[in-house]
Each structure stands twice: as C-alpha cells, then as structure tokens.
Design a protein around this ligand. Sequence first.
Ligand code: AMP
Length: 230
Amino acid sequence: MSDTQEKNKPQAKFSDLGLSDSILSVLDSIGYETPSPIQEQCITYLLNGKDVIGQAQTGTGKTAAFALPLLDKIDLNLNAPQLLILAPTRELAIQVSEAVQTYARGMKGFHVLPIYGGQSYDVQLRPLKRGVHAVVGTPGRVMDHIKRGTLKLDKLQSFVLDEADEMLKMGFIDDIKWVMERIPEQRQIALFSATMPTVIKKVAEKFLNEPKSSKLKTKLKRLQPLLKNI
Ligand code: AMP
C-alpha cells in the first residue's frame, strides 16, 4: 500500500479485527476506542496464527497488541500455563501482568501470575500449583521455575519476548535462548523490541516461523493510561 493509500485508509475498529465479545466489552469499559497501528497489525497477525516481530517502544500500545489476541486463544478449562511473557524487569513484569489481568476481566476463572527474582519462591509456588493460564516473568526466575519443575511448558501455546533489546542490554540473552529452547515446537511467538540489534535478529531467525513485521517508532498521543479501577 502507498503512503497516500495508507493515510486515506478508514480507521479500523477493534470489532473489525476478530477479537471475542468478552475482550471487546472490556475494551469498551476501559475506554479504548480505536486500535493503534501496531495493535491493528499485530492483532490480525496473531489471531491468524502468525509469529510477529514488533519494532515498538512503550507507549505505542504494544502490550494490548500481543495480549488481546493471545488471551483470546486461551482455553480456560485447561488449568496450565498457555501464555508465557518474558519481560526485562520486575516492574515491567508486574505492569504487564496487571494489564493482562485487566484485559482478561471478562474471562471467568482466568489467572495470570507475575514471577520475578527477589520475591520468595513460596509466594509464586502456591498459585503455580493451583494452576495459572498465563505467566509474566523475568528471565532468571522463569528459568529457575522451569529447572525446579514448578513451571511446566508442555501446554504452552504462545510466547512473548517484551523489550528484547533491554533484556539483551541486561545480559539475559543466554537465559532467553535457554527458555526458548524449552517451549513446545507448536507454538506462536511475538517478539517486541524498540531496536533490532543483530543478536535479537538472530534469535528471531532461529526461533520464529516466517514472522510478520510490524514497525512503529512514534508514540501515539491519544493513548491513555490503563484505567484499572473502572
Ligand atoms: P503500552 O505501549 O502497551 O505500554 O501502552 C501505553 C498506554 O496506552 C497504556 O497505558 C495503555 O493502557 C494505553 N492504550 C493502549 N492501547 C490503547 C488504545 N487502543 N486506546 C487507548 N489507550 C490505549
């Protein structure tokens, strides 16, 4: 599509993208009116089963871009981790986990758990034993739980690397590869990174299957903070 055609393209609606009614009603209640460009692209690709590389910073709506379609694939009757998101820091893991919880508000019985270093294992073990559908964690702690057998990945459908370049800067690249080598063969992957250093490109080449790209550098002014307490 040319730039002019792109500009004149009618504004997409969330309801055009194939998301479930349960997700659409949450978006309505938190006041998301239209998808950001990265959301429009990623939601469509991910709902169609494609792997995705999103070149996007925070503030572009990237969390909803991967969370909404991947949440829609979760089977609530299956009491096992089906979505694993790796984030570079404890703060981001908590923030993404809270966003996922909000977007999943219409999914009865859904559980997401943030797991990160510095928190006692016990606090994380209880919900893991009880069963969670999604996990958002920092690489080191996720590795520890896999090694201990307390985080099982055999039912995993989707895997997200959030802020991959930050994880690289923080020295997590080997941990990321270690985790990615242990996820099932049949899975979907979304990789998000503000920049694309060669090492990240290589990870994408090795683990992603004919990925679709979605690139957006500028932040969108109309995006608003997630309203948690509505
Ligand atoms: P993120 O880039 O995922 O950190 O999102 C940035 C902020 O934009 C978050 O506070 C989201 O709640 C908000 N946001 C994401 N998508 C939309 C949307 N389509 N409409 C309005 N706000 C949004």
